[in-house]
Design a protein around this ligand. Structure first.
Ligand SMILES: [Ca+2]
Length: 95
């Protein structure tokens, strides 16, 4: 649930989050390293502890990684955003 709210917040800030821009290694997938950088930026100036970061990454992938390849394709990303559209977009750090 938290992970979905997080993604929703990311989507509602299009200037902050552009899929292609977040794909740091250019493989058309948001892998764990890409997601890590996104999370780091969205949670700045707070820094998540490594434990919280791992938990959030795990939640994100559990919710969004439909084919279990450990990375989010654009389609998977869109899907999770649609799924999360019922939730409040308010981002609160509650780890
Ligand atoms: Ca995937």
């Amino acid at each position: 649930m938290y992970a979905m709210a997080f993604l929703r917040t990311a989507l509602e800030s299009p200037s902050e989050f552009v899929f292609e821009k977040e794909d740091f290694d250019g493989d058309d997938m948001l892998g764990v390293d890409d997601l890590r950088q996104v999370i780091d930026r969205l949670t700045a100036p707070q820094r998540l502890s490594e434990t919280d970061m791992q938990r959030l990454l795990q939640c994100l992938l559990e919710e969004a990684d439909l084919d279990d390849d450990g990375a989010l394709s654009f389609a998977e990303f869109e899907h999770i955003i649609e799924k999360s559209s019922d939730f409040s977009g308010t981002f609160r750090l509650r780890l």
